[in-house]
Design a protein around this ligand. Structure first.
Ligand SMILES: *[C@@H]1O[C@H](CO)[C@@H](O)[C@H](O)[C@H]1NC(C)=O
Ligand SMILES: *[C@@H]1O[C@H](CO)[C@@H](O)[C@H](O)[C@H]1NC(C)=O
Ligand SMILES: *[C@@H]1O[C@H](CO)[C@@H](O)[C@H](O)[C@H]1NC(C)=O
Length: 809
């Protein structure tokens, strides 16, 4: 290039004295920029040295380089121009040296001549600034304060001077600004200055683009990326996902049940962001019940939860990161009730015993029911399931009164076992029950009651005083003295004498004793009132009638009315001589004070003068001839007749009957012999009277019978309510009730068997039971021997009896 091809001495001739010295040595110097194209002419050295160009080839002009450097320049021998033979890179040859002078020699021969050539290579901005690393990695803690500086290694530029790095430019960013500095050797470097605090959580990495520029023209630049990793600082506390966690947990949940999980997140990294959990506010109770998984935040049931002890837990949980920043959350655990408690029944008060006369609705006890569960699980219904006369009446909350509902009767039920059942309303419901015993106290509400409506005692007459007649029993179901029965006799009279002179009653046993010996012939029956009384206060009593029936004993001998007993009279019957066999001659009349069989008399001839002549009717007592009287028969006939009753043993009486076979009393010369002589006339009149009596009696009897037969149609039930007249003289003195008319009136059932006139037979005379007949509805216990039965018989029976009694009918 012609531009460069000028000799330095021409330009700097006077400035460079030393250069002139070189010239004196024949030196020449050229200055030219590096990186010229090959072949570019540096200068015409021949001219500059004043050499003859045409001689150059012959002188073998050549360029000798120092050392073994590559041949970067050479001489054109034809023109004498020095030209660039190879690329000349100033940085290669001189590096950072400011003056870059390459030396070489021009050697000529013939004559040998050498000229030094200095080639000053001028810098050309051919190198951009270069950072050592394309990517500069920086780690900056996010906690770094504003204004922190971070040095960035300088970019290198092989060029020098203005062509070297002149400035740095930082691309726009949020955090850093750039500070360009020059070090002691003049190298420019930069540092980034933190303008705004970093936040790893906002931006984990910051990339900056740094450009280094040189001062060449054209300007060159080089860039580097500054990669800043924002290091975490523990600047974030863990944050719970909720401020308050709420959970419900049924009580009795099994151990290890997860109640809930709390989660806290920490924006920080690694240790700074690793959250662990712990209880920070927890009651002693809750501490035992819940455990917290330190790492997962699970709250776990560790122990049985009992709603009844605690129904709500409030727990504070702290979430903490590795370096101790923490935050808190509240956990509210509501325990829900489970029906796990059966109701409990308490007997608050209970009457020991309840008088049986309490009115329905009386309160006899108070019970209380408790259930530890709540709501429906704790709502209890109480009841008595059995059929007992008690019920529960709800009173104030959870209290019930035990109230009687009906009449109590200790005599029916004296003790109640009441089972009270309490059931809550949970599902499933739980229940419990309790038995209470209630006893019923006695009240004297039952009078003694006799086992029989009435009592009858049968006793034979002539009983021993003190013998027991019967016993009465009354029952009283009441308790103790209220049911203890005492018997006593009620005051009364029997035949005008106090009843106590007849019988007595044993107060404890109810056995009735005879106080005296009874005589049937005087007293056939009587009634006493016995009272049974309990010992209650006031006492209750009841009365019963005891009928005492005295039965007959064969204690009376038959009494012969006719003929009069021996020695008293001389009774002689006249028997007509012409009497035929079977003629009625006489009749023995006897009575017996006893009754029934004991008074049923039979007649027998025990001894007679002529045994074949007379017979006696066994029951009628009629003495009849057995055959026709003959002349040969003795005129005086003597019969001894025995009258026996039918008792056991039977009693008897005998009498003598004198019979005179004659048509005329006057024909009886020996009458006196028969010791009747004195009273002959008297006897006759007696006999007449006797015959008249017998006849009258017989006639009366027939009239009565006929009358009865007529009357019966009108008054069918009327029986012999009258009297039978018999000769008073024939009645024995002990028949007390004989009045002046000789009428037998007995207040008692009194049977008399009488033998009346001829052709009649035994007949039973009775009086009706006016006084003693019992009302039809009452039953009277009768002994088999009691003849009273006859009176209950129908008229047919009576008729039959009459027919049986008398063949005439
Ligand atoms: C009542 O309960 C008691 C005690 O439990 C028992 O001894 C008695 O026999 C029971 N009575 C009845 C009538 O069940
Ligand atoms: C008997 O009854 C009375 C009330 O009539 C009562 O007061 C008393 O306690 C009862 N006696 C017994 C032993 O139960
Ligand atoms: C029993 O008889 C007595 C005396 O007549 C009388 O006072 C009492 O009330 C009677 N008792 C009954 C239960 O009839």
């Amino acid at each position: 290039m012609a531009y460069f091809g000028f000799p330095i001495n021409l330009i700097y001739g006077s400035l460079f004295l030393l250069l002139g010295l070189h010239l004196s040595n024949g030196d020449v110097s050229y200055s030219f920029p590096e990186e010229m194209k090959r072949g570019s002419v540096i200068g015409n050295i021949a001219k500059d040295l004043g050499l003859q160009v045409n001689r150059l080839p012959s002188r073998r002009a050549r360029i000798v380089l120092e050392g073994n450097r590559k041949r970067f320049c050479d001489i054109n021998a034809d023109t004498g121009e020095l030209f660039v033979a190879d690329r000349i890179d100033r940085e290669e040859h001189c590096g950072a040296k400011i003056l870059c002078i390459l030396k070489c020699e021009l050697v000529l021969e013939d004559p040998l001549e050498s000229h030094r050539i200095s080639l000053q290579i001028q810098d050309v901005n051919d190198n951009p600034p270069v950072f050592v690393k394309d990517v500069v990695k920086l780690e900056i803690g996010e906690s770094a304060p504003k204004g922190s500086r971070y040095r960035i290694n300088a970019a290198r530029d092989a060029d020098i001077g203005q062509n070297a790095v002149q400035n740095y430019i930082l691309h726009k960013n949020d955090y850093f600004s750039l500070n360009v500095l020059t070090n002691s050797v003049g190298t420019k470097y930069s540092e980034i200055v933190l303008d705004r605090e970093l936040d790893r959580e906002e931006q984990q990495e910051v990339s900056l683009l740094l450009t280094a520029v040189d001062g060449g023209s054209p300007q060159r630049s080089g860039t580097a990326v500054i990669q800043i990793t924002v290091l975490d600082a523990n600047d974030n506390a863990p944050v719970f996902s909720q401020a308050i966690y709420e959970a419900t947990l049924p009580e009795n949940s099994p151990v290890d049940t997860v109640v809930l999980t709390v989660t806290a997140t920490d924006a920080d990294e690694s240790m700074n962001g690793k959250v662990t959990y712990e209880f920070s506010g927890i009651s002693e109770v809750a501490k035992k019940i819940f455990s917290l998984n330190e790492y997962t935040g699970e709250i776990i049931v560790a122990k049985n939860v009992d709603y009844e002890e605690e129904s709500k837990f409030e727990i504070l949980i702290e979430g903490k990161d590795g370096y101790g920043l923490s935050s808190e959350a509240k956990v509210v655990i509501d325990i829900t009730d489970v029906n796990d408690h059966a109701p409990v029944i308490h007997i608050n008060s209970l009457a020991n015993s309840i008088p049986e006369n309490v009115s329905p609705g009386t309160e006899v006890g108070i019970i209380n029911v408790q259930d530890r569960d709540s709501e429906k699980n704790g709502q209890v219904r109480c009841s008595i399931q059995q059929t007992v006369p008690f019920k529960l009446v709800p009173s104030i909350k959870n209290y019930y009164s035990v109230v009687s509902t009906g009449q109590l009767d200790r005599e029916l039920v004296s003790d109640y076992n009441i089972t009270i059942t309490a059931t809550d309303e949970g599902s499933p419901p739980l229940s419990s029950s309790k038995s209470v015993q209630l006893s019923v106290a006695d009240i004297n509400d039952n009078p003694p009651v006799f086992e029989e409506q009435s009592y009858s005692a049968y006793v034979s007459e002539n009983n021993k005083a003190g013998s027991s007649l019967c016993s009465v029993t009354a029952r009283d179901p009441d308790w103790r003295q209220n049911g203890t029965v005492v018997y006593s006799l009620l005051a009364g009279e029997v035949n005008g004498a106090p009843v106590s002179s007849y019988v007595s009653v044993n107060g404890d046993t109810g056995v009735i004793h005879a106080v005296r010996s009874f005589d049937y012939e005087q007293l056939r029956s009587f009634k006493v009132q016995v009272m049974a009384r309990d010992n209650g206060s006031p006492p209750l009593s009841s009365n019963v009638t005891v009928s005492v029936f005295i039965s007959d004993v064969n204690d009376n001998c038959p009494q012969i009315l006719y003929p009069a007993p021996e020695g008293n009279s001389f009774m002689t019957e006249l028997v007509p001589k012409a009497a035929h066999g079977g003629s009625l001659v006489s009749k023995v009349i006897a009575v017996d004070a006893d009754s029934g069989q004991n008074a049923w008399l039979s007649y027998h001839i025990v001894k007679s003068t002529d045994p074949g002549l007379f017979t006696i009717g066994v029951h009628s007592g009629e003495i009849r001839t057995q055959r026709d009287i003959s002349e040969s028969d003795s005129m005086k006939q003597n019969l001894i007749v025995a009258v026996k009753d039918n008792g056991q043993p039977s009693l008897s009486a005998t009498c003598s009957m004198y019979l005179l076979i004659s048509d005329n009393l006057a024909e009886v010369p020996e009458l006196k012999d028969m010791s009747y002589d004195e009273k002959n006339s008297k006897l006759t009149s007696y006999l007449i009277i006797a015959l008249v009596c017998v006849s009258t009696f017989f006639l009366t009897f027939i009239i009565i019978i006929l009358g009865v037969r007529f009357c019966r149609r009108r008054k069918p039930r009327l029986l012999f309510d009258g009297a039978v007249a018999i000769p008073s003289a024939y009645l024995p003195p002990n028949y007390a009730d004989v009045d002046g008319t000789g009428t037998l009136r007995s207040t008692y059932n009194y049977d008399a068997y009488l033998t009346t006139g001829s052709r009649t037979s035994d007949f039973k005379f009775v009086t009706s039971y006016n006084d003693n007949t019992l009302p039809a509805d009452q039953t009277l216990r009768k002994s088999p021997s009691d003849f009273a039965e006859v009176f209950g018989q129908s008229e047919e029976s009576l008729e039959a009896m009459l027919k049986w009694s008398d063949p005439l009918f």
